[in-house]
Design a protein around this ligand. Structure first.
Ligand SMILES: Cc1ncc(C[n+]2csc(CCOP(=O)(O)OP(=O)(O)O)c2C)c(N)n1
Length: 519
């Protein structure tokens, strides 16, 4: 047995059983070891950003880490933007980054790089197995740190640590750290603030993030809000439970003016699992902090805390158990397909009437999402996986990871065209793995959000240089040809009727399908 075999053993013993990979020569012993363990599912990404984004999507749905296999510093560097998104989503992940054998590093061969330096800013923990004898300990530590921090752990595996011999000691699963508990005093302070909410002139809000946005935690938050008259908001997080019958919750808007308006008059904010909300960007004369000056903020925990227990204890302190949460209405789906020109509104209507039960929506729709937002509460209950860290190019990889994690659920990917081009190779992985993903491309052929942002900065006239940087037509991308070239069937829709028909047909079959929605 060699170090690479032992690495595979430790991963599998700890239920890390999927590896999103793009290997190179320094990882050949690891590839051979993975080959000896067919119970490990190895999924190839044709670019490392696909592998890291897919591991993120997998963790958001499976609630446990996948591994990635990345080739030295440059391979890792290609995956960094989506590691940044994963770090912001607070999902566990175990990166295995191959390196040259230790004795080869002083020769400064072409792929030699500062892997530690590249990994550090996008990882909560970085470790290196110097020799084969280190592999078991470092792999176990990586898994523990991924869970403890609910975040990215990166392990560097030099080639000689992979090929060096080790004793075949049977490795048992490690004991995983329990989520941390929020201090009782903080919960009491939040309860006192919420008790007083009704007697104050200003507003009190509960702002939820991370694991507070699903399951029992979300239900408890709904009852607390109903009992205390506090309003519920959400911060962009790894996974949101949304749709008909779900606890009604308002996302904090992206646009600063809208966010400030939504939070106007708030005097107390209880932030569950997150700090107080901030603007995505700075703009001249606009605030960075979104809550009004002087607002009292009580933060209960972060992604490493047990938010379900926190909300349960808060509920007990308030006695809100019998309250009835405000929910999105439950209504019959309309049987009438929309007709006429294709717009965001007709796309929203089609998704609302056709979305299968318990679907997963991966959302990198950027500006198009604003047009779809009004339809979300009327969609059948689903999970939404949004862009968390603002680094575009996550949508297609996210859909790959989510579909691998949940083979029995339909994945709908809402994908803006500009962002989709960053990691479109992920379509090939959808086809290779026959993943059940329907991709809708919003083909508006511009970087629409950046045009809005130019206007927000006070620039209303776009000259040739600005247009050449903010439009992505000339030539128009042919998404159907791109998809077919990677083995994904595709069709174009330029009317509401055609889109509705294609979406219904795509949902009715299994396997990947792409619809280019021409806007
Ligand atoms: C990694 C990265 N590069 C660049 C950007 C800047 N950026 C933000 S949105 C955007 C274009 C989005 O265009 P598209 O995906 O077509 O969506 P639309 O705005 O048209 O809705 C760019 C380039 C970014 N956020 N992340």
């Amino acid at each position: 047995m060699n170090g690479a075999d032992q690495l595979c053993d430790v991963l599998l013993q700890n239920e890390v059983s999927v590896c999103f990979a793009n290997p190179g020569t320094s990882e050949m012993h690891f590839v051979a070891a993975l080959d000896r363990r067919p119970e490990m599912r190895c999924v190839l990404g044709l670019f490392e950003g696909v592998a890291t984004g897919a591991a993120d999507g997998y963790a958001r749905i499976a609630d446990r880490p996948a591994a990635t296999l990345l080739h030295t510093g440059p391979g890792l560097a290609n995956g960094l933007a989506n590691l940044h998104n994963a770090r912001r989503a607070c999902v566990p992940m175990v990166n295995i980054i191959g390196d040259h054998a230790g004795y080869h590093l002083p020769f400064d061969a072409p792929l030699t790089a500062d892997i530690q330096g590249l990994a550090q800013p996008m990882s909560a923990w970085v470790g290196r197995a110097e020799t084969a004898a280190d592999v078991r300990r470092v792999t176990e530590q990586a898994i523990v740190e991924a869970w403890r921090n609910s975040n990215v752990a990166s392990m560097i595996l030099p080639a000689d640590a992979a090929w060096g011999a080790v004793d075949a000691a049977p490795a048992g699963p490690v004991s995983l750290p329990a989520r941390r508990q929020v201090p009782a005093e903080s919960i009491e302070a939040a309860a006192r603030a919420l008790h007083r909410a009704g007697q104050r002139d200003d507003r009190t809000v509960l702002i939820l993030s991370g694991r507070a946005l699903h399951g029992a935690a979300l239900e408890a938050a709904g009852r607390i809000a109903a009992h205390t008259d506090a309003m519920l908001f959400s911060q962009q997080s790894a996974r949101h439970e949304r749709g008909q019958g779900r606890v009604s919750i308002r996302p904090i808007p992206y646009v600063v003016d809208m966010a400030v308006e939504a939070l106007k008059g708030v005097g107390q904010a209880i932030c569950i699992g997150c700090p107080a909300p901030v603007a995505f960007f700075a703009y001249p004369g606009k605030p960075s902090a979104l809550l009004p000056d002087g607002c009292k903020v009580i933060q209960l925990g972060d992604a490493t805390h047990d938010l379900a227990t926190t909300l349960d204890l808060l509920e007990q302190a308030l006695g809100s158990g019998g309250a009835i949460a405000t929910r999105n209405p439950v209504a019959q789906r309309t049987t009438e397909p929309p007709t006429g020109p294709l717009t965001l509104s007709t796309i929203g209507q089609s998704v609302a009437r056709l979305l299968p039960e318990n679907a997963i929506i991966c959302d990198e729709s950027i500006t198009s999402g604003r047009g779809l937002a009004p339809f979300i509460p009327s969609m059948t209950p689903h999970d939404q996986l949004p862009l968390t860290g603002g680094a575009i190019g996550i949508g297609i990889p996210l859909s790959v990871g989510a579909a691998v994690a949940a083979p029995d659920r339909k994945v709908l990917l809402l994908q803006a065209d500009g962002s989709g081009m960053y990691t479109l190779q992920g379509l090939w992985t959808q086809a290779r793995e026959n993943l059940d993903v329907v991709t809708v491309i919003f083909a508006n052929r511009t970087y629409a959000i950046l045009q809005d942002e130019m206007r927000n900065m006070g620039v209303n006239q776009f000259g040739q240089n600005a247009r050449s940087m903010l439009e992505i037509g000339r030539p128009d991308l042919d998404w159907c040809a791109l998809a077919r070239g990677m083995g994904v069937e595709a069709a174009r829709a330029d009317s509401a009727d055609a889109f509705d028909q294609l979406l219904g047909a795509a949902f009715a079959r299994r396997g990947p399908f792409l619809i280019e929605a021409v806007l």
